[in-house]
Design a protein around this ligand. Structure first.
Ligand code: 9MR
Length: 458
């Protein structure tokens, strides 16, 4: 075993011992002989191998059989997000998250907390706040949730996706960003105060190589370390297409060299002839870096994935192991080698186009959309702004290109899934005062919508 691996293992053993002392049942010990499951092999290397879990599926035995056998870490796919944990201001709801923690504790798994602050999946009451009211609500949220889960999560995504896509390397515009550039460090300080034992991470996507966005984040982390802002880790979501950046490992390494852990937090890879290779390359890259402490895939079986027909995960819909699984397991068992990722050209940047400008509100509202795209799918975030008369309700029409389909929507109800799709407010976000903004989102397969959506108010 290479010395650096031993060092990490010792560190993790100590960390787990500390956690156990705090009453948490987490075991990195293999659940089967090393080499036969992902969790056993990862634990041998002192790492977590995790999956995002939708707690609703924990009662499906075909799902939990694979989850419990193969993974020693879980992330709540949605249940620990702001809209789930604080549905109305100051009223906290931990049912889903607590259920996942219990499951993890009963099955010797660690828990990654995801995510304390994010511009998406905010409850509507937070979407309606700004300035100091939003800042204090956000910090209170961090404090309350991190306190509730104190001693139960090994790492938190304190802030998720705060950097812009494209070449700017700067922050993304959001209601949180508009409270002042220091909102991220304020969140990290609040999280540290609430749970000093959890590793505090910044988490983002399209950071899978040295590019403008990852460099922007790198500069922030360097600045935080130099000023003593408590940051311990950086999460690389790694929602990947059909190629992997040739400098994937080098990028992780430059962050590790700043003195933070790195974690692969939401790995999934487009189906195709390169899928297994890319999974293997990502696993090898992590193992080659002593500070790369966990790999999490964003779901268990292909049919559990937010990426729908991309078949982006390690198990097929029947729970059978795919070639990608074997590739990961072999890489884990080979362990700690510094084989460079064997891939071709870096993927073209799938940058988010700047939000399109809202059309003049015909019936008293306007809408603009920003996109996160990848080959084969997209997530759209739509901002609805009420016109001079306010709204009692609204419908936003989005024209999808032929072959594209909506697979999931939040904070709005979709009528249909192909062609021109109308998204109508849900009961809590239809009434908007003049100028008030609310947000909803949807995800889809195929090409992203290109045209500006239209908004009709009632
Ligand atoms: O997988 C999650 C999906 O169920 C939700 O509908 C979606 C809402 O935005 O969030 C998905 O998870 C996201 C994660 O929280 C942050 N990074 C991107 C993930 C995929 O969209």
């Amino acid at each position: 075993m290479r010395p650096r691996t031993r060092t990490l293992q010792a560190t993790l053993t100590l960390a787990v011992a500390g956690v156990l002392a705090a009453g948490m049942t987490v075991a990195l010990a293999p659940a089967a002989s090393a080499g036969t499951t992902l969790r056993a092999s990862a634990a041998e290397k002192g790492r977590y191998f995790g999956a995002a879990v939708a707690t609703g599926k924990l009662s499906t035995s075909a799902y939990t059989t694979v989850l419990n056998r193969e993974f020693n870490s879980v992330t709540a796919e949605n249940e620990m997000k702001w809209d789930a944990t604080e549905p109305s201001q100051g009223r906290f709801s931990y049912t889903g998250g607590d259920r996942l923690v219990s499951h993890a504790q009963a099955n010797g798994m660690g828990v990654r907390g995801h995510a304390l602050l994010w511009h998406q999946q905010q409850p509507s009451w937070a979407q309606g706040l700004s300035g100091s009211a939003l800042r204090s609500a956000a910090i209170n949220h961090v404090t309350q949730v991190a306190t509730h889960y104190r001693g139960k999560v090994y790492a938190w995504d304190v802030v998720n996706e705060a950097f812009a896509d494209g070449g700017s390397g700067g922050r993304r515009d959001s209601n949180l960003q508009r409270t002042g550039n220091d909102w991220i460090e304020a969140a990290f300080r609040a999280a540290r105060a609430a749970d000093p034992g959890a590793k505090l991470c910044y988490n983002d996507y399209n950071t899978d190589g040295i590019n403008a966005k990852s460099t922007g984040i790198y500069n922030m982390v360097r600045d935080f370390k130099s000023r003593g802002v408590p940051i311990d880790c950086v999460g690389f979501q790694s929602h990947l297409g059909t190629t992997l950046a040739g400098d994937y490992q080098a990028n992780l390494q430059r962050f590790a060299d700043l003195g933070v852990d790195v974690q692969i937090t939401e790995l999934d890879v487009m189906t195709g002839s390169n899928q297994a290779n890319i999974y293997g390359a990502v696993t090898r890259a992590c193992l080659a870096i002593s500070r790369c402490t966990s790999i999490t895939v964003w779901g268990v079986r292909d049919c559990d994935s937010w990426r729908g027909s991309d078949n982006a995960l390690l198990f097929d819909c029947n729970g059978n192991k795919k070639a990608a699984y074997t590739s990961v397991l072999n890489a884990l068992n080979a362990g700690g080698t510094s084989t460079p990722p064997p891939t071709s050209t870096p993927p073209p940047p799938t940058s988010t186009p700047p939000p399109t400008s809202p059309p003049p509100g015909t019936g008293g509202c306007s809408a603009s959309v920003s996109l996160n795209t990848w080959s084969g799918g997209f997530v759209a975030t739509v901002k609805v702004t009420a016109g001079a008369n306010g709204t009692r309700g609204w419908t936003v029409s989005v024209a999808l290109p032929g072959g594209s389909a909506v697979t999931n929507a939040w904070s709005a109800t979709a009528a249909g899934s192909t062609g021109t799709v109308g998204f109508t407010n849900v009961d809590y976000n239809g009434q908007l005062a003049a100028g008030q903004v609310t947000e909803f989102g949807f995800q889809g397969t195929g090409a992203a919508p290109g045209a500006t959506p239209t908004c009709t108010a009632s």
